[in-house]
Write a protein that binds this ligand. Structure first.
Ligand code: C2E
Ligand code: MG
Ligand code: MG
Length: 707
């Protein structure tokens, strides 16, 4: 057939049909579902349009050509609202959709007009229904003539829609890829040109075939390219998002793990902390329940960690804690739980205990691990522990109960002083309540003026004159009665109220000494006991000098007694603190001498004035050769160092005699006087030999005691 143009149209019909199919298929796998369906509809419409154009051009008579022309009109009319629907589908804006609906309504009216009017909606009349013969001999039915009013309006509408699409394309050109926007622009230009040419052809200026279908075909053909480009872009974007997400998830997981670790572990030792211990205990309890074994929870406190921190600094304390943690990890199995609860408080959860492998064995392991001395900040330190033990399932069925039981046992162990162990017993709960009440009462005692001081004389061994009075605290409580210092000083130390109590003792003793001085006992001194914590407190010097100042006393009127074991916990720091006190002029003595394992090296350099020989040595001085030797050595040592020596706990004349022979300077004990109430001191002083007189008449000193 000699009709290449018609063939071209038919090919375009095929191409457009394929494009419609492709757009419909793509609709499922793209986020632009509606746009694809509309695009598919546009392709199909153009496909029909092209086909009807062929029918019009190839019609054998005029009526056939006009009938086909009406269908050409129909499909060309449909393109206008469909274009707007496409924009609306891409734009996702209400006003685009509304514009599409309105256009659709208008076009519907024009379509009716198209089929009602004899020539279709385009022409008011036909100028020439001419068979246009193309250069290669193909003849076509091309119509031209003045446009009908409806057609003019329709052209305006079409122009408006094209401009609207143009504006939209400008808007999205930033978002679309480079390739996509280039294709879209080319397609729009082609549409403008082909529509323009259609109108030129309709006007009869040029006899041209309708080319809008070919103009659109470019866009239809470019669709696969657009889709591939879009898919590639989206794939790249998805990959980027995926890897960003993966990174974020990885970071989040790491941060979570770190957060969990921080929440459940102690930063210093890296052992589980209290929260970590609790969560591990749940698993351990379950494991022991299944295996019908027992779990021992040992909770223990390092005594004197506070003292080490205060004396050697927190670095030393930290170093000790780290070494304790390391030793525990070495001593116990990996499956056992080792945790640092807080401060110097640790916990061991030993699982799988049987009758043979029991609690005692675990405790021995603990002691064995921590017994050897620690080297901390270039010093050798020994630590003691207070330990509380509870056992699952004997002492509780839940983690909370087992922990509470161990804690109770520990609390009870602590109340007995350093180095104690307690295994949980239900009666502990009752004791605890009593302990809490006692502690509460102690806290109020100072404010309620329930403390008072007794004074025990220290007499010169050669003549029995009273040289010094040791202030010894007592607590008179309405319910507990008279409470001795051994019962409440350790508690006052552990709760920290010892500082206030100690300051009160120093002040009261100074005030009382001033009164005795005023009574004429001018050379009398007073001795006050200091606890470890008092020695640590920086303002001790200030407390002492204020007390002396208020009582108008000088430093040498006051003697401070510090227990040997306290001094030996950190001799270097003790030397430093004692040096500061010595500057105030006060006398210093080492209390309970012989019990603190002092090294000779330190004794030489401790800036003290006197040793107070512990009463345990004095007690058996007559019976035990060893104790006699100790006393003799201590006295000899003191003499060599140029220090005074005071013997405590002298109860018998024989003891007194022996101590005198050994050359002990001062004696203190029930033989001379028990701790005296303040009112009893004056009569005692008046009855006992006085300073000066005794020196003149040594033979008369201590007359009744010597015989
Ligand atoms: P200490 O400083 O070694 O005091 C001497 C203790 O030995 C006193 O007991 C005293 O009553 C007792 N004692 C004296 N002579 C004899 C004797 O011949 N035989 C026997 N068996 N005991 C004798 P006390 O008053 O119960 O004091 C006990 C400890 O309490 C004191 O030991 C001291 O370390 C401490 N303490 C007493 N008052 C205070 C105080 O105000 N502050 C501080 N921090 N501790 C104090
Ligand atoms: Mg004392
Ligand atoms: Mg003592």
């Amino acid at each position: 057939m000699n009709a290449p143009l018609a063939m071209l149209y038919l090919i375009s019909v095929g191409v457009l049909f394929m494009a419609a199919l492709q757009a419909a298929m793509v609709a499922r796998s793209t986020p632009y579902v509606r746009a694809c369906w509309v695009f598919s509809a546009i392709c199909l419409t153009f496909c029909c349009y092209q086909f009807c154009v062929v029918l019009q051009y190839q019609a054998v008579d005029e009526s056939g050509a006009i009938a086909a022309h009406r269908w050409v009109n129909l499909f060309s009319l449909l393109i206008t609202p469909l274009t707007l629907y496409l924009v609306a589908a891409l734009d996702n804006k209400r006003r685009s959709l509304s514009a599409a609906h309105i256009t659709c309504g208008l076009v519907a009216v024009v379509i009716v007009d198209n089929f009602v009017s004899p020539l279709g909606y385009r022409f008011a009349e036909l100028q020439g229904v001419s068979q246009t013969t193309l250069p290669w001999g193909e003849s076509l039915n091309i119509f031209s003539g003045p446009p009908a009013v409806v057609c003019r309006l329709m052209r305006l509408l079409t122009l408006g829609v094209l401009i609207y699409s143009l504006v939209f394309s400008v808007r999205i050109s930033n978002l679309a890829g480079q390739l996509s926007s280039r294709l879209i622009w080319t397609a729009i230009t082609l549409m403008f040109i082909t529509c323009g040419l259609t109108w030129v052809s309709d006007s009869g200026l040029l006899k041209l075939p309708y080319m809008a279908g070919f103009g659109f075909m470019f866009l239809a053909g470019a669709l696969p390219l657009l889709i591939r480009n879009d898919a590639r872009n989206r794939k790249a974007e998805a990959l980027r998002i995926n890897s960003a997400l993966e990174q974020a998830v990885k970071k989040h997981t790491l941060a979570n793990q770190r957060f969990e670790h921080v929440l459940h572990n102690d930063p210093l030792t890296d052992l589980p902390n209290r929260a970590g211990a609790v969560s591990r205990l749940y698993g351990l309890l379950e494991h022991n329940l299944l295996n019908q074994t027992r779990l021992a929870v040992l909770m223990f406190d390092l005594d004197r960690l506070g003292v080490i921190n205060g004396m050697r600094g927190h670095k030393a304390g930290d170093q000790l804690l780290i070494e304790v943690a390391e030793r525990l990890q070495l001593a116990f199995r990996d499956s056992d739980l080792i945790a640092r609860l807080d401060g110097g408080s640790f916990m061991v959860g030993a699982s799988g205990l049987t009758e043979q492998y029991g609690v005692a064995l675990i405790y021995d392991k603990l002691v064995e691990a921590l017994e050897p001395p620690f080297e901390v900040a270039d010093r050798i330190l020994k630590i003691t522990l207070n330990t509380g033990i509870s056992v699952f399932p004997d002492d509780g069925q839940t983690v909370e109960d087992i922990l509470a039981a161990a804690e109770l046992a520990l609390h009870d162990a602590k109340s007995s002083g350093p180095g104690h162990i307690r295994i949980f017993d239900p009666s502990l709960k009752e004791n605890l309540q009593q302990h809490i009440d006692f502690e509460g009462a102690l806290k109020e005692a100072l404010e309620k003026e329930q403390f008072f001081l007794c004074y025990q004389p220290q007499v010169a061994s050669e003549d029995g004159r009273t040289v010094c009075l040791e202030a010894l605290i007592r607590w008179q409580h309405p319910v507990y009665g008279l409470v001795m210092p051994d019962k409440f000083i350790p508690l006052a130390e552990s709760t920290g109220i010892i500082t206030a109590i100690g300051a009160w003792v120093i002040d009261s003793a100074c005030q009382q000494l001033a009164r005795w001085h005023a009574m004429g006992f001018n050379d009398l001194k007073v001795a006050v006991n200091l606890s470890a914590q008092q020695l640590l407190v920086k303002d001790l010097e200030e407390t002492v000098s204020n007390a002396l100042g208020r009582a108008c006393l000088s430093g040498r009127d006051l003697e401070l007694e510090i227990t040997e074991s306290v001094l030996m916990q950190d001799p270097e720091r003790s030397i430093e603190r004692l040096g500061a006190l010595r500057k105030l002029g006060v006398r210093l003595s080492i209390d309970d001498f012989g019990t603190g394992y002092s090294s000779l090296g330190y004794l030489r350099v401790l800036p003290v004035h006197a040793f107070k020989l512990d009463r345990s040595f004095v007690r058996d001085i007559g019976k035990s050769v060893k104790d006699l030797e100790i006393c003799a050595t201590a006295i000899g040592l003191a003499k060599n160092l140029g220090l005074e020596i005071v013997a405590e706990g002298v109860e018998t004349k024989a003891q007194m005699q022996q101590l005198r022979e050994l050359g002990c300077h001062l004696l203190q004990g029930y033989l001379f006087a028990r701790p005296l109430a303040v009112e009893a001191v004056q009569p005692y002083l008046l009855a006992s030999p006085q300073i000066g007189t005794a020196l003149l008449k040594p033979a008369q000193a201590l007359p009744d005691l010597m015989n």
